[in-house]
Design a protein around this ligand. Structure first.
Ligand code: SF4
Length: 292
């Protein structure tokens, strides 16, 4: 069975590489795909469905949409699309939108709270649907944007994991699009004629949000220096912990102890070498004098 296009072949290849690199899917898995109706989650669901039909292992998919409760949100279109394509799905209606308004401090960014609340709902539904893994549609751009956001605004050097076990150890979250660019996900969703549905949240598309600013920065950088984003993504799997300042990675006491031991070992080795060298020089010298 061939791929529908070069784009699909590329996405399938990158997604397969991520699945293999991070051991994301095993035989018998039931993968619950978090489906917001945005371009990324549609691309994920579609490419996983393509891979499912070709994979050497057997796994099933169920798409789960968490409706935050915004009035204009077109959850009906999500249901209709899944049904038309034969995808198993579930729509979960919640009051997350209202809850965010109630809980959030004035001026605070809603996205991390929103993500946490939605994650909680997904964990619950994973149990109810018998899902063994939860797949999220974060792509390569999300990984490097998160890296920069943490670097610029949170004083932390971290991105997000491609595979994660929840704090209570009950759920495994996977991000199979880690190697797929945002442009590719957008183009693929369009090519597959999947309807991109806005979340209808008031914060959505707000260019003052730090993430949007970081996105623009990366776009400008990539325009000036093509390959910058790829290099950043590569850097996430090519960490040099000894060149960082975190004392949890490089405890200064242990470093000193190691250095002293090494220096001692080297000094001893040099001394031994010196001694044996001088012995051999001595014996050569005495041999010479005997010869004379
Ligand atoms: S933009 Fe709105 S829906 Fe999207 S993560 Fe932020 S708060 Fe949630």
């Amino acid at each position: 069975m061939g791929y529908r296009s070069d784009l699909e072949a590329r996405l399938a290849k990158k997604t397969t590489k991520a699945i293999v690199d991070y051991q994301m899917i095993q035989d018998g898995d039931r993968i619950m795909v978090g489906l917001s109706g945005g371009k990324d989650s549609w691309a994920l669901l579609q490419v996983l469905d393509v891979l499912r039909q070709r994979a050497p292992v057997t796994f099933s998919l169920v798409a789960v949409n968490v409706d935050s409760g915004y009035k204009e949100y077109k959850h009906g279109l999500i249901a209709q699309t899944c049904k038309a394509r034969g995808w198993d799905y579930r729509i979960e209606h919640t009051g997350i939108g209202e809850a965010i308004e109630d809980i959030l401090d004035e001026g605070a960014t809603p996205c991390s709270l929103c993500a946490r609340l939605r994650r909680g709902v997904l964990y619950r539904i994973a149990k109810e649907t018998g899902a063994t893994k939860i797949a999220l549609g974060h792509h390569a751009d999300d990984f490097i944007e998160t890296l920069l956001l943490n670097l610029f605004f949170a004083g932390s050097l971290k991105a997000m994991p491609a595979k994660l076990v929840s704090d209570d150890g009950e759920h495994v979250v996977i991000r199979p699009l880690v190697y797929v660019g945002e442009d590719e996900a957008r183009a693929y969703t369009k090519e597959c004629e999947l309807p991109i549905i806005g979340c209808c949240c008031p914060a959505c598309g707000d260019l003052s949000l730090q993430r949007q600013r970081t996105k623009r920065l990366l776009m400008e950088l990539e325009r000036e220096h093509p390959g910058v984003k790829q290099s950043m993504l590569k850097a996430l799997s090519n960490v040099a912990p000894r060149h960082l300042l975190d004392t949890r990675l490089n405890p200064p006491g242990e470093l000193r102890a190691t250095v002293r031991l090494t220096a001692f070992a080297e000094a001893t080795a040099v001394k031994k070498a010196d001694t044996s060298e001088s012995h051999s020089i001595d014996s050569v010298a005495s041999g010479l004098s005997r010869t004379r």
